[in-house]
Design a binder for this molecule. Structure first.
Ligand code: NAD
Length: 500
């Protein structure tokens, strides 16, 4: 996707945009029954963007009922896979046709730079929708090798009503990672966006209708997590929750399931990704570039943010020098400026949380090499200069806990054994990167570091065909790839007795 909008063009568009703040239930936009609302503010300048309806338990009941009726009447769940494919391909085309508006909403609402939104997030979301649309009619069921006296078919059938609970850091892409495979496999879906990023999800309602997704099959419920999300988690007629968000809230969904109907839960939770740079790394410049981008891209609000640098002592000074030189060029700016590489944090509360971690880092004895202070490229916005801490020991909070902001912690080690031990010294296990030209060492890290993805001589590379998900408290289940289909389908065995 290309665009030639200037900074001024985006600012003019931003002044004109009138975001819709309603729920989308059973094919209609509507306010919450209680008419409760909450305000959405832009972290770009602190200005109010929209009033958004706040769905309560009764709205959740309405949406679940609509989703269930649609599932039962088979208008989507029992239509041909080819038909679902065609509708979802149209859905993808419509997202592409509206990508400028969607990118602008996303940038205004959560502060992602317009360049990232236009060049990365929107294309990622569209590609995901197309990929799962295409997969819909290319899967076969199985026949088990039982005795000739029976035919035993093993089908993959849709789970039923799926609630997709998503975070704010890549609003559209996170939503599409869930709704594309869930819809492709014939489920009815309720999308619950994060409070900080409801607007693009709401827009998807209209586009889904234009694409031909039948009423009730796709619903969008904005609202607070502890009300709307909880009501979905506890609902007796929701069959599966596909969750992306923090580990703490992921644990709550496990409880909601246990307290209600044992609905299936899949969790894509937090991370504390290490970049392990071994002494034989042959391209420290490439490593430095990837480390800075990985730690500070999207203002560090990435589940796979490379927030820990674990480096062998003999090369640490050289590498840190390169990283500092690169980091100096990373200045947050107005997210609507196509030249800005970084924008604001998502809101004031996230900014305070990150500054709190920076204070803890200093108190616990780490050395702040650069950044860490609030800046104001745009008045009223929530901007932070990315921070780098040296002399971080593995037990410090900034070495172990997910900060979800632009803070890089440098931990120095003496050998690969220590590097692996430090890498595993966290509750998380989402991703890990190793930089080395030694095949045995890369294989050792790949085998011994507990993480869903191991990158060798790169960080956070990916493709829609390769799965994303975690070990340990980073969760379970996988987004993207053919394996995502597993979360949205159940095995059903049909045993046909042929014996006389
Ligand atoms: P969050 O856990 O606060 O919120 C996620 C979703 O859960 C939101 O829709 C929110 O409204 C809802 N929610 C919040 N409290 C709830 C409650 N009590 N009951 C039910 N629902 C509730 O996470 P966030 O701040 O939106 O996102 C940041 C987190 O997401 C980070 O931890 C990040 O690592 C994680 N994340 C993980 C991945 C991955 O692929 N593993 C991808 C992106 C983000």
């Amino acid at each position: 996707m290309t665009h030639s909008n200037t900074f001024q063009d985006w600012k003019t568009k931003a002044l004109k945009i009138q975001p819709l703040g309603l729920a989308y239930i059973n094919g209609q936009y509507q306010p919450a029954i209680s008419n409760q609302k909450f305000d959405a503010f832009s972290p770009r300048d602190g200005q109010k963007l929209a009033e958004i309806t706040s769905c309560q338990t009764e709205d959740v009941n309405l949406a679940v009922n609509a989703a269930r009726q649609a599932f039962k009447n088979g208008i989507w769940s029992r239509t041909s896979a080819k038909q679902r494919k065609q509708v979802l391909l149209k859905f993808a085309d419509l997202i592409e046709q509206h990508s400028q508006e969607l990118a602008l909403l996303e940038s205004l609402e959560m502060g992602m730079t317009i360049s990232d939104s236009v060049n990365m997030n929107l294309p990622g979301a569209i590609e995901c929708m197309r990929w799962f649309a295409e997969l819909a009619d290319k899967r076969y069921d199985e026949i088990a090798p039982t005795s000739p006296n029976a035919i035993t078919r093993i089908h993959r059938v849709p789970v039923g009503v799926v609630a997709a609970i998503v975070p704010w850091n890549y609003p559209l892409m996170m939503a599409c990672w869930k709704i594309a495979p869930a819809l492709a496999t014939g489920n009815s879906v309720i999308l619950k966006p994060a409070e900080q990023s409801s607007l693009t999800a709401i827009k998807l309602g209209e586009l889904s209708k234009l694409a031909g997704i039948p009423d009730g099959v796709f619903n969008v419920l904005p609202g607070p997590g502890h009300i709307t999300g909880k009501a979905l988690g506890l609902h007796m007629d929701v069959d599966a929750i596909a969750f992306t968000g923090s580990t703490d809230v992921g644990k709550l969904f496990m409880q909601y399931s246990g307290q209600s109907n044992l609905k299936r839960i899949s969790l894509e939770c937090g991370g504390k990704t290490p970049n392990i740079v071994l002494a034989d790394c042959d391209n420290l410049d490439a490593a430095a570039d990837a480390i800075v981008l990985g730690a500070f891209g999207n203002q560090g609000q990435i589940c796979n943010a490379g927030s820990r640098l674990i480096v062998e002592r003999s090369i640490r000074d050289q590498l840190i020098e390169k990283i500092l030189a690169k980091a100096k060029t990373e200045k947050p700016g107005d997210p609507l400026d196509p030249q800005s590489k970084l924008g604001p944090l998502v809101d004031e509360s996230q900014l305070s949380r990150v500054i709190g971690y920076i204070d803890v880092g200093k108190q616990q004895g780490a050395t702040l090499l650069c950044g860490g202070e609030r800046i104001t490229p745009v008045d009223g916005g929530s901007y932070l200069q990315p921070a780098i801490f040296d002399q971080v020991s593995p037990e410090m909070s900034i070495a172990k806990e997910e900060i979800f902001g632009p803070v890089l912690s440098v931990i120095t080690v003496d050998n690969i054994d220590q590097a692996i031990e430090v890498a595993n010294n966290t509750i998380y296990g989402l991703g890990a990167a190793v930089w080395t030209i030694n095949l045995k060492k890369m294989e050792r890290v790949a085998a011994e570091v507990q993480a869903g993805v191991i990158w060798v001589n790169s960080h956070d590379h990916g493709d829609i065909s390769s799965p994303v998900g975690g070990f340990k408290q980073s969760g379970f289940g996988r987004d993207k790839s053919i394996h995502a289909m597993e979360k949205y389908t159940e095995y059903k065995t049909v045993w046909i007795n042929l014996a006389d």
